[in-house]
Design a protein around this ligand. Structure first.
Ligand SMILES: NC(=O)c1ccc[n+]([C@@H]2O[C@H](COP(=O)([O-])OP(=O)(O)OC[C@H]3O[C@@H](n4cnc5c(N)ncnc54)[C@H](O)[C@@H]3O)[C@@H](O)[C@H]2O)c1
Length: 251
């Protein structure tokens, strides 16, 4: 299963949830992993776990809403591992659960700043690092990037934006050998999902589970499998695409 032997990967939001599961799965596939998160201690702990298991990893503090942090993350990756092959731009926040008129401009800027501007800023620096030799970028959108998500206007807009950004950049950078795709998770059991489910239009995690064709939520590892596949040579003709991994929630 060492499909990604020696590849250098950045995972943002890598300290928890989908990011953590993906960082571990990348390491399991032989990649050298930069675990980047605004929670530095947790990022270092995930990296230490990978090293303990015989892999190579670096834990870094990054706030993806700050462009200087995104630049420093890519720079540190190149200095430490000598390059950058794959980036999983996954850090995200759910924001306030409220009617659109009550969302608040502060919430709008906070959510867009992390979920959309954050992905954009990471991509700018990653693309510059990859342009000479090619690479792969996977961005985390959401089912809320392809469907309306009531009481989550800022979150929903940010995730639709991630898909647009992914498509635009894929068109531009294919000629440099860079593939760019997005994943759209449904209800995945993480800290964030609990927040979203509590305030969802359906009102509870049970209702979200019932709305999925498979009648269950998922483990973060089930998203990580898709992320690692998209990052591997097995997905060599896949770019500008978004994949739902939602147990049929959006079907
Ligand atoms: N869990 C779900 O059901 C679900 C569904 C659809 C989409 N998503 C998306 O998946 C991604 C990961 O979410 P998760 O469920 O694993 O959440 P999580 O809360 O478990 O993990 C998110 C991680 O991102 C980090 N983070 C948050 N803001 C950051 C910032 N500004 N800079 C750097 N790191 C930051 C957090 O510290 C945390 O470690 C998010 O983009 C989220 O929108 C999750």
């Amino acid at each position: 299963m060492n499909d990604l032997q020696g590849k250098v990967v950045i995972v943002t939001g890598g300290a928890a949830g989908i990011g953590r599961a993906s960082a571990l799965r990348f390491a399991g596939a032989g990649a050298r992993v930069v675990v980047a998160d605004r929670d530095e201690d947790a990022a270092r702990a995930v990296a230490a776990g990978i090293v303990e298991a015989g892999g190579e990893a670096l834990g870094l503090r990054v706030d993806v809403s700050r462009d200087e942090d995104c630049a420093a993350m890519v720079d540190a990756t190149q200095r430490h591992f000598g390059g950058l092959d794959i980036a999983f731009n996954n850090a995200g926040v759910s924001g306030r659960i409220a009617r659109t008129e009550d969302q608040g401009l502060d919430n709008w800027h906070a959510v867009l700043g992390v979920n959309l501007t954050g992905v954009f800023q990471c991509m700018v620096h990653e693309l510059r690092a990859m342009k000479a030799h090619g690479g792969v970028i996977v961005n985390t959108a959401s089912v809320a990037g392809v469907k309306g998500a009531p009481y989550s206007a800022a979150y929903c807009a940010s995730k639709h934006g991630v898909i647009g950004l992914t498509r635009a950049a894929a068109k531009e950078y294919g000629k440099y050998g860079i593939r760019i795709n997005a994943v759209c998770p449904g209800y995945i059991r993480t800290a964030m999902a609990d927040e979203i489910a509590a305030g969802s239009a359906q009102g509870s995690s049970e209702a979200l589970v019932a709305a999925a064709a498979l009648r269950r939520s998922a483990d973060p590892e089930e998203v990580a499998e898709l992320v690692v596949w998209l990052s591997s040579a097995k997905a060599s003709f896949v770019t500008g695409a978004h994949y739902v991994v939602d147990g049929g929630l959006s079907a």
